[in-house]
Design a protein around this ligand. Structure first.
Ligand SMILES: Cc1cc2nc3c(=O)[nH]c(=O)nc-3n(C[C@H](O)[C@H](O)[C@H](O)COP(=O)(O)OP(=O)(O)OC[C@H]3O[C@@H](n4cnc5c(N)ncnc54)[C@H](O)[C@@H]3O)c2cc1C
Length: 409
């Protein structure tokens, strides 16, 4: 073990949340170290579809327009399809002149964000994993690329380390999601007919769903989420066979011949199980002046990808966290508590909407009924798209008048 190193801020995890926070902080002149377990980028279970709100947040991290254009493929709409044939398109405000949603190439987005952080002055350390966190003394034990253990002390420790956050566990705030355990399988397929622009598709299955999002480079991203009733099939046939049978059963549509169903798989199937977790708090102060911890991105809680916006939340939480960390000395403890409250305020209504959608998904007949109503009601659909895309306050979808307009026969 080497001598203990001391830094001002350490960010555990160099995914979109951690890299964006490091870029914000370094640009503001803060000393910040990013520890990223992976020596180089690799495909992990995660998402690519994002609303214009996420693209705007990306711009605020400082990523230039040309890079955003290169890593994002515009998507006119998300088409939701039920098992019994109801279909509706959510355009996220694009049909009223707004920017379109996008499908990200994560193999270029994630490294671009880390590079941005490095250029802004952050000390980015790939291949360094945090193996233990002692938040009461602000200390991390890390394992470097050659296996060497080291100690690092920081005034602020940020958990940006995803669904199974070491920092959230050390803070004793990590809890299982209040949703039946589900498994996620994600990968990319080559698209032999990369017609642009093309809608993304969200096909609801019995006890699960599959999302298809076009991404740059003539590929589509496939994200499959399956409930417990799929467990015997997964155990008997394996993830690859189950994924292939689900994808091949997706029907072609008038504007999507769906040739990608039989395209070459570009990466290994990345899985996540159990999907989702929650935290009881997203920040805390530790003993001394200005010392504390925060959680951002998926580490701060993640329910389910159906309602999307994990990437937007990652970037938005990084912005809020940067503000809290920039407060110095004894006032920082109050800023950390304010960060926790701000995150709750910002996402409480959207979380309630996500729970409502989950409640419908769990009752196929109810989901079918609601989907048919959404398909036939333009204004209901427009509001739903704006809420799902974080373009208007999510509380609008919880308004009894909206729910009545949605559900009335
Ligand atoms: C199946 C699926 C589909 C999804 N679909 C969508 C979608 O369509 N749209 C959307 O917006 N979101 C989607 N999401 C969510 C989205 O992928 C996440 O919200 C987003 O990646 C969060 O970014 P993050 O930086 O918080 O976490 P991550 O991207 O998970 O990054 C965390 C980083 O921390 C590193 N790390 C972990 N532990 C350690 C450690 N101990 N030490 C050092 N480093 C560590 C990891 O290597 C990783 O690089 C989906 C998620 C899943 C699972």
């Amino acid at each position: 073990m080497t001598a203990t190193e001391r830094v001002e801020v350490v960010v555990v995890g160099g995914g979109p949340a951690g890299a964006a926070l490091a870029a914000h902080l370094a640009r503001a002149g803060r000393e910040v170290v990013v520890l990223e377990r992976a020596p180089r980028w690799r495909w992990r279970a995660g998402g690519v579809f994002a609303s214009p709100a996420a693209v705007a947040a990306l711009g605020r991290t400082g990523l230039d327009e040309a890079t955003v254009r290169a890593v994002a493929r515009p998507i006119p709409a998300m088409r939701v399809e039920t098992p019994r044939g109801a279909t509706f398109r959510l355009t996220y405000g694009a049909d009223e002149g707004g920017e379109p949603a996008v499908g990200f190439d994560r193999s270029r987005l994630d490294p671009a964000l880390l590079e941005l952080a490095g250029e802004a002055g952050a000390d980015v350390r790939p291949g360094v994993a945090v193996v233990e966190a002692s938040l009461d003394v602000g200390e991390l034990t890390t394992r470097g690329p050659d296996g060497t253990l080291a100690r690092l002390r920081a005034s602020v420790i940020v958990g940006a380390d995803g669904l199974r956050s070491v920092v959230a566990r050390a803070a004793a705030v990590a809890r299982p999601a209040r949703l039946a355990p589900r498994v996620a399988l994600t990968f990319h397929l080559e698209d032999p007919e990369p017609v642009a622009p093309r809608d993304a598709r969200m096909c609801v299955l019995r006890d699960g769903y599959v999302g298809i999002a076009p991404v740059p480079g003539g590929r589509v991203n496939v994200g499959i989420v399956l409930g417990g009733t799929w467990r015997p099939a997964l155990a008997a046939n394996g993830a690859e066979a189950v994924a292939r049978s689900i994808v091949e059963a997706i029907p072609p549509t008038a504007d999507d011949p769906a040739a990608w169903r039989f395209g070459r798989r570009c990466d290994s199937i990345a899985g996540a199980w159990p999907l989702g977790h929650r935290v009881t708090r997203r920040a805390g102060a530790t003993g001394q002046r200005g010392q504390g911890w925060l959680l951002i991105g998926d580490a701060a809680g993640f329910l389910d990808p159906f309602t999307g916006e994990g990437l937007h939340r990652a970037l938005a939480s990084a912005e809020l966290a940067a503000r809290a960390i920039s407060v110095d000395g004894s006032r920082r403890h109050e800023a950390l508590a304010a960060y926790d409250r701000a995150m709750q305020r910002r996402f409480l209504a959207k979380d309630a909407v996500s729970w409502l959608v989950q409640a419908f998904l769990a009752r196929p007949q109810l989901f079918e009924y609601a989907a048919r109503r959404v398909a036939s009601r333009a204004s209901v659909r427009a509001t739903m798209g704006l809420v799902m895309g974080d373009l208007v306050p999510a509380g609008r979808a919880l308004d009894p008048r909206y729910l009545a307009a949605l559900l009335a026969p």
